[in-house]
Design a protein around this ligand. Structure first.
Ligand code: UDP
Length: 408
């Protein structure tokens, strides 16, 4: 990726936004920020850190990113946590909980905790907080999951660790919890200049379609997602089959696997069975790091779908909206923050509803274009990385000086 400078964002978000970032960064610049999660690739957290960390460094704030190491058994347990926090019933044994703690403690022995602020993302590394008694520092738990209706037993278990943090950060207001520590709301964001989101030539889009054997004459409906039950790729095929009864179109299900997600092969098999060899259903296994290709596939689409059963925030929705596409997505997790129904996209509640929305958009180009344009502006004002960096900086300042007023 070409070297992106903070100033390159001025034409997109305005000069004053960038000046605010420099001002706030100055206040926090002697401090070191250390992010810790469980994977460098795959999924929304890696997507955000990949761009957020270098941009913070450009602003003069020493920002680092480390991952904890775990084996397959560890990630099986943490995937169960993920599902359970999203409200899905899971059986997790005491041995699994013990193993989860043990792997975290092993990481603690090997990991250098160099940050003045330690930002721990999601449940996988949550036990690292045990080190706080010994080393102090400011610790923040950044939860990217929709915990509005968590499985009680697992939330109780994790909450024991959350209590020791200096603050918890959630993506949407309804994810907040009854906690004795400070809570912050910071929605995720996308980088408009990253390879995933920057403008690209039509020639490259055509090349990518050719590479995957997709013709451009028929409208393309696309869902980009890890192959995960909660993203409901099988439900997307059901909706697509309903649409196909009246409008000829094609479906792309583009996904990869994340190193911390052991369920994806199973889901992929189910998706292939459901597609049943239909030549208009393109199931694409896109390798990690194919951001330009994902960008091209999203731009080649007439409609972006995100039919999740549960969702943290849904960066794929943000990406679709930013590309000016009409987006049809389930009203779950952080998606309703992004989609104001019939203004910035369409919220759906069922397979039939998703199919109806897709059909309406395919047959009403003017409405589809208007929605897409509104969606892009909504993202510009609320979900670009510059807003998120500003809120991170405010979070650090506020953690260090609770109760103080900050004048911009
Ligand atoms: N993504 C990708 N390749 C894939 C699947 C997903 O690059 O094969 C990206 C997608 O474009 C988005 C992120 O991974 O940037 C997924 O974030 P989201 O919040 O939608 O879901 P999560 O995976 O975090 O649940």
């Amino acid at each position: 990726m070409k070297n992106i400078k903070i100033e390159d964002y001025i034409p997109i978000v305005g000069r004053s936004t960038i000046e605010d970032l420099y001002y706030l960064a100055q206040a926090i610049s002697p401090r070191v920020i250390q992010n810790i999660n469980s994977t460098f690739t795959g999924g929304g957290v890696a997507e955000i850190l990949n761009r957020g960390v270098p941009l913070m460094n450009q602003l003069g704030v020493d920002s680092r990113w480390d991952t904890i190491k775990g084996d397959e058994s560890f990630f099986r347990v943490t995937k169960k946590f993920h599902n359970a926090l999203h409200g899905k019933q899971q059986d997790i044994s005491q041995e699994e909980l013990d193993y989860f703690i043990e792997v975290n403690r092993r990481n603690l022995r090997e990991m250098e905790l160099t940050g003045d602020f330690i930002l721990v993302h999601d449940p996988q590394p949550i036990v690292l907080i045990e080190k706080k008694k010994e080393i102090g520092k400011k610790w923040l738990w950044r939860c990217h999951i929709d915990v509005s209706r968590p499985d009680k037993k697992i939330w109780e278990f994790l909450r024991g660790f959350v209590y020791d943090y200096d603050g918890a950060v959630f993506s949407a207001p309804n994810f907040s919890q009854d906690l004795p520590i400070r809570q912050f709301l910071i929605s995720p964001s996308i980088d408009p200049l990253s390879e995933k989101n920057r403008d690209i030539e039509q020639g490259f889009i055509d090349e990518v379609l050719t590479k995957y054997g997709i013709r451009s004459e028929k409208p393309i409906i696309t869902q980009v997602s890890r192959f995960d039950y909660l993203k409901d790729p099988v439900g997307v095929i059901d909706a697509f089959n309903l649409v196909k009864r009246s409008v000829d179109c094609q479906l792309i299900l583009a996904g990869g696997t994340a190193t911390d997600d052991p369920e994806s092969d199973e889901v992929l098999t189910k998706v292939r069975e459901k597609a049943d060899g239909n030549p208009d259903i393109h199931i694409l296994l896109v390798p990690t790091g194919s951001d330009l290709e994902i960008n091209a596939l999203q731009r080649a689409s007439s409609i972006i779908v995100q039919k999740s059963i549960r969702e943290g925030f849904g960066l794929t929705v943000t990406e679709g909206l930013w590309k000016g596409k009409p987006v049809v997505a389930s009203a779950v997790g952080g998606i309703p923050l992004q989609i104001k129904n019939r203004l910035t996209g369409l919220l759906s509640y069922s397979i039939e509803g998703t199919a109806l929305d897709i059909r309406n958009l395919l047959t009403n180009a003017t409405f589809a274009k208007w929605l897409g344009g509104n969606g892009r502006e909504h993202v510009r004002h609320n979900f670009l990385i510059t807003r998120q960096i500003k809120e991170w900086l405010l979070l650090f300042i506020s953690t260090e000086h609770p109760g103080d007023t900050i004048y911009l």
